[in-house]
Design a protein around this ligand. Structure first.
Ligand code: CO
Length: 134
């Protein structure tokens, strides 16, 4: 099922400060901030040659990461994203193995315009896993 590591997403308390820190302290290549109103997040991409880090901050009142930031006011790792070859068949296999998929259980178009699902962290040792169609 799994093919590649895609990204790790970190919720931060201040997007500009976090972006500057990765750039100025670690010498990282950082993108400008992007707003995704439909996903309720603003994101800065820290680009690395083999992967990327997504720095996320809540966008709007209904943001799905608002509560996470309230519970982790200093910021924290939110999820990791792994790629799979065939997300539809992966979904079916996971359901058979009683792995809970967050939401209605069907793939949704994620922030990178590819279908994604999120697996319940209680079914994966406390880590929220995003699976993305490669
Ligand atoms: Co993600």
């Amino acid at each position: 099922m799994l093919t590649k590591f895609n990204h790790v997403a970190i919720v931060v308390s201040d997007l500009k400060e976090a972006s500057n820190k990765y750039k100025n302290v670690l010498g990282a290549n950082v993108s400008k901030p992007f707003d995704y109103p439909e996903h309720g997040v603003s994101v800065v991409f820290v680009e690395l040659s083999n992967t990327k880090i997504e720095l996320m901050y809540p966008f709007g009142k209904e943001s799905p990461i608002k509560k996470f930031l309230e519970n982790n006011p200093n910021g924290a790792i939110h999820h990791i994203c792994l790629e799979v070859k065939d997300l539809i068949s992966t979904c079916k296999k996971l359901k058979k193995k009683n792995i809970r998929i967050i939401g209605d259980g069907e793939p949704k178009i994620g922030a990178h315009n590819k279908p994604v699902i999120f697996l319940h962290p209680k079914d994966f040792f406390g880590t929220l896993i995003e699976l993305e169609q490669e």
